[in-house]
Design a protein around this ligand. Sequence first.
Ligand code: 9MJ
Length: 699
Amino acid sequence: MAAAKAASAQAQKLRAELERHNHQYYVLDQPLISDAEYDRLFRELQQLESAHPELASPDSPTRRVGGAPLPQFEPFRHRTPMLSLSNAFTEDELAAFDKRVSEGLKTSQVEYLAEPKFDGLAISLTYVRGLFTQGATRGDGYTGEDVTPNLRTIKSIPLRLKAAAVPALIEVRGEVLMYRRDFDRMNQRQRENGEKEFVNPRNAAAGSLRQLDSRITAKRPLRFFAYAIGAIDGAAAPATHAELENWLEALGLPVCAERRVVLGAQGLMQYYRAMGARRAELPYEIDGVVYKVNSLAGQERLGFVARAPRFAIAHKFPAEEAMTEVLAIEVQVGRTGALTPVARLKPVFVGGVTVTNATLHNLDQVRAKDVRAGDTVIVRRAGDVIPEVVRVLPEKRSPAALAFQMPGKCPECGSKVERLESEAVYRCTGGLFCPAQRKQALLHFASRRAMDIEGLGEKLVEQLVDAGMVHTPADLYDRSRLNAARLAALERMAEKSAANVIAAIDSSKQAPLARFIFALGIYHVGEEVAKILARHFGSLDRLLAADWDGLIAEKERVQKENARRRNKDETLLTPVLHGVGPEIIQSIANFLRQPHNRDVIRQLRASGAVDETRVRPSAKSGGTLEGKTFVLTGTLPNLSREQAKELIEAQGGKVSGSVSAKTDYVVAGAEAGSKLARAQELGIAVLDEAGLQQLLKES
Ligand code: 9MJ
């Protein structure tokens, strides 16, 4: 008994001491003991806790080493939204901000709290009665990811708040980042261990915080700075933002020492210039400064616009620019076949990374900037955006430099390159064959509205293509290439799931013609157009043999004739392929002209993927909810999720698992979470169970 009491007292003493040294080292930057001494105390506590498991405590420093990996991050709904800041890039924009604020507050000179804008990741920490209980990323501002085990490993985050009186609940907001010197050391270690180096401190911090295995996070030198609060309960917030940050500091949280109270636009500019000058000597990277109205009552009065506070702004430093040389202009083929000219650059260090290429976006941009191979150019890189060529220095151009030309054939597969009249983008027309488009083509082919092959998702497609097992959709049906045994040998695949995928591929056979045409992924050919084509041609042979130029000419003739008839109030002609415009026809013609694509289509037909006697798609079609996508979330009062799904599908609707711009309705029940928030954000119609029933009845 006495021994247990002594152990408990000793554990408490060690914890307090270790956390004090953490604070000295990571928050105050004033270590009082050597690393070896710290380690000794730490081991003593570890031994004590393992000898007396009943002493375990969530705020013990031994809990900072990370734990078993999580299967996934759970969503975390912020009690008050975590909004982002609006940006100002120029002095004028800044003056406009100060003017808006001083008019809003009816004062001639506004007091602001100014501080650096950290280039890290915004997070929220929840403390309940002083104990750190949960931490989350910003996410979309309303719902983030619960990364508590990872945040626990960050030594500058107190596991328990200091002061005698702590709020019942407080959400502390701030930034997780990596010091430059820690980043360099970590990369040196990565190099020595033959592991991949990180690009910059921001990416390293982001990658470390999003680890499912918190033991890995524990090895990464992350830091934290607090700069705001969210919900607070059981304590009054002070009167000003400066006092708020002082209070956070008194609670044991790290707060940036560079914060200052300044007056008016002039004070802001002075602070901006001073921080700009000191930027390089700070231990962390910043991409600007942040100003907040100092009075919290003033903040409240100004409130929010859209998704950002009106009382604060981020004044960004200009994006870094550097001069270098264009070694060549190459063309990249994207996953969807779009051709992007890319400048290969002589390596140059800019915006925190070594840049070796810059996007030129499209041919119009190349022409507008007149970038040529061999040119000396200014490149720019800001934040995480792709580096770009700002301008050419014409005085440095060699007279031999040739203007850039888009290739007529795809550099990846040799198919013809097309540019449709209304678009700036050139595209490869070899969709079914082109290596650059392989994964996308397969994913689309297998997708629910196309061949509907369950289990053939992004990960598996990736594996199949990377392993060289599948090149085109036709390979899916070739059992000498793809069979259950070969599938089961892939990582994360078991015999059962492999057999299921093969069965799903087999049962996708005999698709109606319209679905099959849609599955080919011809640019501009959606489900509707595919149906029209299937109805019009009635067979693959007729589709493949069509006289497309004749069709375009015919459509143009009818268009002209109808314009004439409209003027005279005469009956109009019904155009062939009504609903399919000339540009779509052009796109189909280009696709079907590629011998590679025709080969794949023939192979698909030979393997029985399509049943040409079935022209129209799915038996369920024709319902009035056809084409509508629903997402179900939360618990409905009377219907199970399966029942709701069945009802929707019976009317031809689809039920999907995630909310996107393509979602038509979100059906939300009790305890609906991030999907509901996402729907509200996207302005998607939200129904409760009664609303769903009504809709079903109407249809
Ligand atoms: C950054 N990123 O450094 C805020 N921020 O305050 C600072 N962000 C912020 N403050 C309220 N220093 C919302 C965002």
